[in-house]
Design a protein around this ligand. Structure first.
Ligand code: AHR
Length: 659
């Protein structure tokens, strides 16, 4: 529903029709001079400027970042046997012990009458690597009054051949966690896990789990290494989590509640994923949230990445595209209490209730939470009145806590204008703007923030992506054109880094066989992942952030699209260098002399060039390197730099700025 709304906005931009590279002239026309004015710094660049937005959409958490291979491990899906196949002589009875265990009520009583097999299909299969060690675990109990059964485990490849096996120790009359580790003999992207029960008896089983031993930082039950590596390479300044609409839920009952996502994994309450049936054309009835990736893990990930954690909390409103259900005014206390308790969970010491839980989970030191989002993509007066209630309590208890408030789902219009009319009168620190728009919009909005009030609340460009035409391949919407137009737009964010202090592309991840929304920054299957052209744009901006924005001008004016050129410049105080970001959206190469007012800008530097022969070029899992940055040398001599920008290109120049 939401996607359709955005699709309507995607029009073919006339401006972009000129961008065909047919007729590309190899010799660059001399375009003249650009001036960099280091003596007139504009603003410091916030270290948190370029971040990431994680939402459990497109199987980003279970089936993605969270390395668990078993789907529906605790039989808590709406259809409790979903993902499991029964074969042979025996049966599975799902038991509900709700009265004694509200968070994880179901378990399976598995009876064998000879030989019985129970097979888990994984998340569109299981990605298994030859030579990797796999850790199986389960909570298990021999049912009272029955004979013992032996249980062996098999990893099966797509042909049904065994590619790894182990035998489970005998179950006892008491519930216990049994674990066994074994090695896989073959690489297989679509493996299955089979449990073979032999004998005549019954065992009760819950939390049937399989993880690779090598996860990110080799944490048991941890995150998929290749995916976190891709995030790490971005050097994000912040990570926003856990969403997105996932925060709101279709109903309030299905909202994201962080307290249900912390503590022992077997005590976390599974819940349906709100993207499960959102789009009928991409429905995923098997999409649930196990919360194995919960708030503790998000904070830990933020710390690993050197990023500021930015949790977004439900503000007493369910998704306004769905039910729009709200908690009545006067009934917001539990919601506000969740925010207060989250501060304690993140930063409180071990003498506090929630700080002590964090400490017991393995992190006695605080996570240094200093910003929270109140609501996701909310709008209208019902949001404002709820936001204000949160603000009153949070700012009183934590005056320096930064609050993020929503400006609705679009970058303009009635809802947006209302938010910007009302919010500046509050104590809000950031207003969260979202733009899923066509490529032309991104070009036309490179100057969007040039006239924003410098004294008002700061902008959090919380979700954006240039939406190009869709094609057959899953990754097809992440075209070079979409990435290039984002780069052009992002020069505008950087030029206005005094106003825009955080920005993130959205969504972050998508499983190639299980996505609901595209484009996305990183695509993956069960074994591989690929950074889109958009990923490399984000990476270049973030890795070449600089510390102080300085003007880069043509004929005294910023470059915001005249002659298809967009640019921003920053000094980097850490490496003592000048960084230029230059976007050429035309079909012609362009040559410039760049003159900086500081003659100390001299010496050998580098130019990262991101380009593609065609605006529809994409990176795919099979061809991940079609659009990736290529480095070339560049020289600065007494403040002068000569550059040629290829057609349809984004270039980042970094040269020494002297002592
Ligand atoms: O990024 C996908 C969705 O877009 C987010 O969940 C929501 O905030 C927005 O509508």
């Amino acid at each position: 529903m939401i996607q359709k709304r955005f699709l309507k906005k995607v029009r073919t931009g006339a401006l972009l029709l000129a961008m065909s590279i047919t007729g590309y002239v190899a010799t660059a026309q001399k375009q003249g001079t650009l001036n960099v004015v280091t003596q007139k710094p504009i603003t410091a660049v916030s270290p948190a400027m370029w971040g990431i937005f994680f939402e459990d959409i497109n199987f980003s958490a279970d089936g993605g970042l969270y390395a668990e291979l078993v789907k529906n491990r605790s039989f808590e899906f709406a259809a409790p046997k979903m993902g499991w196949k029964e074969e042979g002589r025996g049966k599975v009875l799902i038991n509900n012990r709700l009265a004694e265990n509200q968070r994880n009520p179901h378990y399976a009583a598995i009876t064998a009458n000879g030989s019985f097999r129970l097979t888990n299909e994984g998340f569109r299969g299981m990605g298994i690597s030859a030579g990797e060690q796999y850790n199986f675990s389960t909570w298990i109990q021999k049912a009272e009054g029955t004979s013992p059964v032996t249980i062996s485990l098999k990893l099966l490849n797509a042909k049904g051949e065994t590619i790894g096996e182990a035998r489970l120790p005998a179950a006892t009359a008491d519930w216990q966690k049994l674990q066994v580790s074994f090695q896989a003999t073959q690489t297989e992207p679509k493996a299955r896990l089979q449990l073979v029960f032999e004998g005549a008896g019954t065992v009760n089983m819950d939390m049937i789990s399989l993880f690779p031993q090598h996860t990110w930082k080799d944490r048991p039950g941890g995150l998929r290494k290749d995916l976190v590596q891709k995030l790490d390479s971005l050097h994000p300044g912040f990570i926003r989590f856990p969403g997105g609409c996932i925060v709101e839920g279709r109903t309030l009952d299905q909202r994201y509640q962080w307290k249900k996502t912390v503590g022992n994994v077997e005590d976390r309450e599974s819940i349906v994923n709100r993207w499960n049936m959102e789009f009928s054309y991409r429905s995923a009835p098997d999409y649930f949230q196990s919360y194995g990736l919960g708030f503790y893990e998000y904070f830990q990930l933020a710390e690993d990445l050197g990023a500021k954690p930015l949790p977004i909390l439900n503000c007493g409103m369910a998704c306004q595209f769905n039910t729009g259900e709200v908690a009545a005014m006067g009934q917001l206390d539990p919601f506000i209490q969740d925010a207060l308790d989250l501060m304690e969970f993140a930063n409180g010491d071990a003498t506090t209730t929630w700080g002590s839980l964090r400490s017991r989970m393995g992190h006695p030191a605080p996570f240094n939470l200093d910003r929270i989002g109140v609501g996701n993509e909310q709008w209208d007066p019902q949001y404002l009145e709820r936001y204000k209630e949160f603000e009153k309590v949070l700012k009183q208890k934590y005056p320096s806590l930064k609050l993020v408030a929503a400006a609705g789902p679009s970058p303009g219009g009635e809802k947006f204008d209302y938010a910007w009319k009302e919010l500046p009168a509050t104590k809000v620190d950031f207003i969260d703007e979202h733009y899923y728009q066509n490529p032309s919009w991104f070009l036309n909005n490179a100057n969007r923030y040039d006239n924003y009030d410098r004294k008002g609340p700061k902008v959090f460009a919380g979700e954006y992506a240039s939406h190009d035409k869709e094609g057959k391949e899953a990754e097809s919407r992440n075209t070079w054109l979409s990435a290039l137009t984002e780069a052009a737009f992002m020069t505008g964010l950087e030029r206005n880094a005094d106003v825009v202090q955080m920005a993130a592309y959205a969504p972050l991840f998508a499983h190639i066989d299980a996505w609901q929304w595209r484009p996305d920054l990183i695509w993956f299957d069960n074994l591989r992942s690929v950074g889109t052209p958009n990923y490399y744009v984000q990476k270049l901006f973030s890795n070449y952030k600089g510390t102080t924005v300085v003007p880069i001008l043509q004929n005294g004016e910023p470059l915001t699209g005249t002659d298809s050129l967009y640019a921003s410049a920053a000094m980097d105080g850490n490496s003592r260098s000048l960084i230029l970001k230059l976007v050429n959206t035309s079909a012609q190469p362009k040559a410039f002399t760049i003159i900086a007012d500081d003659k100390k800008i001299s010496g050998k530097g580098s130019m990262q060039v991101l380009t593609a022969p065609d605006k529809s070029a994409i990176n795919t899992l099979d061809q991940p390197g079609a659009v990736t940055p290529k480095e070339q040398e560049v020289k600065a001599s007494a403040g002068k730099i000569q550059v040629t920008l290829p057609p349809l290109s984004f270039s980042v120049v970094k040269v020494p700025a002297g002592k």
